[in-house]
Design a protein around this ligand. Structure first.
Ligand code: KG4
Ligand code: ZN
Length: 335
């Protein structure tokens, strides 16, 4: 079974061709980081316009590079939700047009489901497992009991983890996206300042990161001669500790001893290291995809698309994107 996958939920235009028997045939990602960088964050309208400009030339390049005959595609997978609505609309319209011309079915995928299954592109994980999804738009913890069977355990009450990396990077005068910059700088810094660990001792599985950004701002006002790398490191330590310790508590409370950590922030080198250390101490297994698969890509959409198609789940031609259908509901609606 071969699928063409389309991902345009945020600021990456991504396409992939994936064979369920043989694996990836090809994939291509065009980052819009340069377009949004002057604004310190993604500008929704510019994102949609960039997707419109780039999708067709990217498909053309992907087909030329792989020598793949598009007529061999069995179905078209696409991200239906969540994301920037205009950006999703461009990708959904594109997927519909290709599917129509090829006379092939359309298979809807949830962006977070894609992230979760990015791990499976490398190796399958046994059910049940916990999934920590940490991206620019989400910081959610799920219990996954089977494909499509998602229970929401908790999530951020304000900023997502990636969003807080981006906002703090902006305060520090670093570029967009801020996560990779803070990750890189932190390696040279030390945890000179002990920042708050928001909601770490709260009994829920919810998170909150907006206060941390304010704490960084106060710190920068207070300490006139701070080193950027020390502030970056102190901030990163705080985020990582909250993410890891809350997940460790979920492992203890649910008794589920397999954890997948996905989404853009899972590319963070300190987060990866901390999860490795704590999983050895607490005796659970942790699965984090290669950094290339952590950030947005279309291979993850293809993988989840194959799983949906195997279950006979397809979308009608009038399907419309939604900005934010929760994963647990998506699993029930499209089943
Ligand atoms: O999953 P993703 O590519 O897109 C969304 O679905 O949002 O995540 C993007 C987010 C951005 O906020 C970016 O700063 C963050 O992931 N990110 C990182 C790192 N690489 C990307 N955050 C921390 N450390 C990194 N190395
Ligand atoms: Zn994402």
């Amino acid at each position: 079974m071969i699928t063409l996958a389309v991902e345009t939920s945020c600021d990456e235009t991504a396409l992939a061709i994936y064979d369920s028997e043989r694996g990836p045939i090809g994939d291509i990602i065009l980052s819009q980081a340069k377009v949004h960088s002057p604004f310190g964050g993604v500008v929704p309208e510019l994102s949609a316009r960039e997707h419109t400009r780039n999708l067709l030339p990217l498909l053309d390049r992907l087909l030329k590079e792989t020598g793949f005959d598009l007529r061999k595609v069995d179905f078209v997978s696409f991200t239906l939700t969540p994301g920037l609505i205009m950006s999703l609309t461009v990708g959904v319209s594109f997927a519909k047009a290709v599917a129509y011309l090829l006379r092939r079915p359309l298979v809807p995928v949830h962006h977070l489901e894609g992230h979760i299954y990015s791990v499976f592109l490398e190796r399958p994980v046994e059910y049940p497992f916990l999934a920590l999804v940490v991206s620019g738009g989400h910081t959610d913890l799920f219990l996954v009991e089977g494909f499509g069977k998602y229970t929401f355990l908790g999530g951020t009450l304000d900023d997502a983890a990636g969003e807080s990396f981006d906002k703090v990077a902006r305060l520090l005068g670093l570029g967009y996206p801020g996560g990779p910059e803070i990750d890189r700088l932190s390696k040279r810094g030390r945890e000179a300042y002990k920042l708050p660990r928001p909601m770490m001792d709260d009994p829920s599985f919810n998170f909150s990161f907006s206060g941390l950004k304010t704490a960084v701002l106060e710190l920068m006002r207070r300490e006139k001669n701070f080193k950027v790398e020390d502030v970056a490191r102190s901030f990163q330590e705080a985020v990582v500790e909250v993410l890891v310790e809350k997940t460790v508590r979920a492992v203890r409370e649910t008794g589920v001893r397999r954890v997948v950590v996905v989404g853009g922030v899972s590319a963070n080198s300190r987060l990866r290291e901390a999860f490795k250390e704590r999983s050895e101490e607490e005796k659970f297994e942790v699965f984090i995809p290669h950094p290339k698969l952590s950030t947005d890509n279309a291979l993850m959409v293809a993988y989840a698309g194959v799983e949906r198609f195997k279950r006979g789940i397809t979308a009608p031609p009038n399907v419309n994107p939604e900005p934010n259908v929760p994963l647990q509901e998506f699993g029930k609606i499209w089943s």
